[in-house]
Design a protein around this ligand. Structure first.
Ligand code: FES
Length: 576
């Protein structure tokens, strides 16, 4: 809507004279009849479809279902592409481009004659990227994620995409699996359209979108192959037209209460640590005050309820059939851990949306009385002289015996440096060693890739060691597990203390106490700092240069400094 209450698309299609004719005439070349310009809401469908993003490849079909709903409700749907980010293919990491997607989609939404937007995403970064864009434009918006793949099936057992990869690799290294068996398993693991079906980052962010109120109830969990995915998409097309008529915008939905709900839901589902970064960045777009410490404080009284890999046993298809996210949110609501009044795209409060949500399988969705893991075992925020800006650890993916640990550092300046020697039987490492992998942060890699949970040294794997403490300024896939301290801020490439650690230093990790300590005196660290110099820039031009010059640290969501905040959707100047 414009300030005077008329649809903003009317400024384009309702115009008289040469400019109105230009706006309508070229659209008529697509074969639309003149009635579509009669003042009905114009709904953009931002799709991250691409054959280079396998998790999003079915979004064209989802878009068709959205269009049906928009037409049904009296709107005019127009699909447009936004940058697709395929997690498995993009180098050096899809995260380098999340902000570029957000910037591109923001400008497309603002510059075009749209009254509302449906956001189609799936793979990890596409969901936060589109939400960040919508937040900065603040047109009525509704998200439809593409849904998870069907459960992977390998030799009679369910295997989770992503999560199984780590185990298969370890089995290959340890000689328990052959290369031929691995190739066969690849096809069994990802066997349908959809995003990863563990509680990895894609499933987490789809759940975050629903918990924030930006997706319709159950939208996060219907498998991509399920007809209800397409029913939901059609319904979303109807609802977005209503949202435009009510002028219900993201800024009214994604409030501080909605973020608190999302953080608690993330704890209850055992969600990815990546949600921390994406929610911080999203809150920054909306001007919602949110800090790293909120994630620790708000999650401390929330147990893990959802029994999904990598923390648990099941997969997203099972979660869907067990009752999906509404059944989890109902548990939280009944325990007083949900802001029930937080408004959602249904026009109702989230509490009303989930009040009667049934649970059909208590093996998959546990109760507050008998949770999968007790309260306080979710993502913890650590601080100390090694991470003055904070770091996170996913306790539920860690080994209990390592949550209080003291060990000597073995330091590498890149994962590649580590992997060059990780198979060496003479490597000076044992199960008490603390592996430090640095220069993997937003500026360092660049893009803060998911490389922090490096595979264990071969000599330890052969001895049956399954976990050891690792510390990194990068991220970890939501599908992964291990006692890995992540998102260390400031990163090494920004001169954080991580850059000053030397092999042989003692490091103490104390998760119950929320501390991460490098046992080196301040004087010694000052001497080391004086001898340290900034690494050479990664690029002299283009996006990578812009990114490295402006990216914020992990504790601020790794957005670009000049993208924080919103510009709204007013564009006063004509193009002709
Ligand atoms: Fe796309 Fe996992 S690779 S969601």
């Amino acid at each position: 809507m414009t300030a005077n209450g008329e649809l903003r698309s009317t400024q384009w299609f309702g115009a008289t004279g040469r400019t109105g004719m230009a706006h309508r005439s070229w659209m008529r070349s697509e074969g639309f009849t003149p009635e579509v310009f009669d003042g009905r809401p114009v709904i953009g469908i931002a799709t991250t479809w691409s054959e280079l993003a396998p998790c999003n490849v079915h979004l064209q079909r989802v878009a068709e279902s959205v269009k049906r709903g928009v037409w049904q409700a009296g709107g005019f749907p127009l699909e447009f592409p936004a940058m697709a980010l395929g997690e498995t293919l993009l180098r050096p990491t899809a995260m380098l481009y999340r902000n570029l997607l957000a910037m591109e989609a923001e400008e497309l939404m603002r510059a075009n004659p749209l009254d509302g937007v449906v956001l189609l995403s799936g793979c990890d970064k596409t969901t936060p990227g589109l939400l960040m864009a919508a937040a900065s434009v603040d047109l009525p918006a509704l998200m439809v994620t593409g849904g998870p793949m069907l459960n992977g099936k390998y030799r009679g057992t369910d295997v989770g995409s992503g999560t199984a990869v780590w185990r298969f690799e370890e089995d290959l290294v340890a000689g328990r699996m052959t290369q031929e068996e691995c190739v066969f398993a690849e096809g069994c693991m990802a066997r349908s359209n959809g995003h990863c079906m563990t509680m990895g980052t894609a499933s987490t962010m789809a759940s975050m979108a629903e918990a924030l109120g930006m997706q319709l109830p159950y939208s996060a969990t219907w498998p991509a192959a399920d007809s209800r995915r397409y029913e939901t998409a059609q319904r979303a097309g109807q609802v977005i037209v209503d949202l435009v008529r009510q002028d219900l915008r993201p800024s009214a939905i994604m409030t501080r209460a909605a973020f608190e709900n999302a953080i608690r839901v993330n704890a209850a589902i055992g969600g990815s640590t990546n949600a921390v970064i994406h929610l911080l960045a999203l809150a920054g777009r909306l001007g919602v005050p949110l800090s790293l410490d909120d994630f620790d404080v708000l999650a401390r009284d929330v147990p893990t309820l959802v029994n999904l890999q990598p923390n648990g046993q099941y997969l997203m298809e099972d979660f869907c059939y067990a009752g999906g996210l509404p059944a989890v949110m109902r548990e939280l609501a009944e325990a007083g851990l949900l802001h029930a009044e937080a408004i959602t795209v249904t026009g109702s409060g989230i509490g009303a949306n989930v009040a009667d949500a049934p649970c059909w399988n208590r093996e998959v969705i546990k109760t507050m009385a008998e949770p999968l893991q007790p309260a306080g075992t979710g993502t913890a925020v650590l601080r100390g002289n090694l991470a003055p800006g904070g770091a996170v650890i996913k306790q539920s993916a860690s080994s209990a015996h390592l949550l209080k640990h003291r060990g000597r550092a073995l330091v590498f300046d890149s994962p590649a440096d580590y992997y060059a020697v990780s198979n060496d039987p003479e490597l000076d490492v044992d199960e008490d060693t603390v592996l430090v992998i640095r220069y993997c942060g937003p500026r360092g890699y660049p893009g803060m890739p998911e490389v922090s949970n490096v595979a264990l040294p071969r000599k330890l794997l052969l001895r049956g060691v399954r976990d050891m403490v690792r510390i990194c300024d990068g991220r970890m896939s939501g599908t992964a597990y291990g006692t890995v301290v992540l998102h260390v801020a400031p990163e090494a490439a920004a001169g954080g203390p991580l850059a000053l650690v030397r092999t042989g230093d003692w490091i103490t990790l104390d998760v119950p106490d929320r501390t991460l300590t490098l046992e080196v005196s301040a004087e010694e660290l000052a001497e080391r700092r004086a001898a340290w110099s900034l690494p050479a820039p990664h690029a002299s031009r283009g996006w990578t240069r812009l990114y490295c010059e402006h990216v914020l640290q992990a504790d601020s969501g790794a957005d670009l400094d000049f993208l924080v905040g919103a510009s709204g959707h007013e564009v006063p100047r004509e193009s002709h």
